[in-house]
Design a protein around this ligand. Structure first.
Ligand code: MG
Ligand code: ZN
Length: 218
């Protein structure tokens, strides 16, 4: 006799992601999974966001294949940070994030930013327990990324087009990029940001604060 399986059985990653999320909700910590290709400026964006919002207590998990370069930058800026080295792995998963949580003072962190491994493909396939996913495009890498890597952009909650101070030096069509994003996800917020000049940081920061207020009243 066949027994019909009506409930989707959670895989091990999703199970631990749900545990992570419950822990974040308990401590009122808004958690954001930041994804982009290598060199998109994820770490610089975190630093610029933190200096724009000095009253917001930001913590960071840095995912990289190797090194503590990014975590060292974040620590120097005074934020609590844990570096995860995947040792060759091309994305973070929920158990890796879970293992980092005991080293972070979650009760004292308003927003935890998880900087995923630089990669535009598989990080989107692994739930970490974050509340929101933010994907960065950037000017030097070209305006066709939403067309070539749709999975990453489809499931995001906001898109940042980063390094817009470079626009005068590249043939980057912002409207073509925007159209590619909106075709996948019509109402998604798209922020044009330069962490170097500070352009767009205020708008992005306002969105972040709004999401934080939503979590607190939920
Ligand atoms: Mg980085
Ligand atoms: Zn991967």
């Amino acid at each position: 006799m066949k027994i019909p399986v009506v409930q989707k059985i959670m895989n091990a990653n999703d199970q631990i992601a749900a545990e992570n999320r419950a822990r974040f909700d308990e401590t009122n910590t808004l958690v954001i999974n930041v994804m982009a290709s290598p060199g998109a400026g994820k770490t610089s964006l975190i630093m610029a966001t933190a200096s724009h919002l000095p009253d917001l207590r930001i913590g960071v998990i840095e995912g990289d294949v190797a090194s503590t370069i990014d975590a060292d930058r974040i620590a120097e800026a005074g934020m609590p940070v844990v570096q995860i080295n995947t040792g060759g792995g091309c994305h973070l998963d929920a158990p890796m994030v879970k293992s980092a949580l005991d080293e972070l003072p979650l009760d004292d962190i308003d927003v935890l930013i998880i900087e995923n491994v630089g990669n535009l493909i598989c990080p989107a396939g692994f739930d970490l327990g974050a509340h929101l996913a933010v994907v960065l495009g950037n000017i030097p890498e070209g305006d066709d990324k939403p067309y070539k890597y749709p999975g990453m952009f489809t499931d995001a909650d906001a898109i940042i087009l980063h390094k817009v101070d470079m626009l005068p030096h590249f043939d980057f069509d912002v409207e073509y990029f925007r159209a590619g994003v909106q075709k996948l996800h019509p109402d998604i917020p798209l922020f044009l940001v330069s962490s170097r000049t500070g352009e767009g940081i205020a708008e992005w920061g306002e969105w972040l604060l709004e999401r934080r207020r939503e979590l607190r009243t939920a």
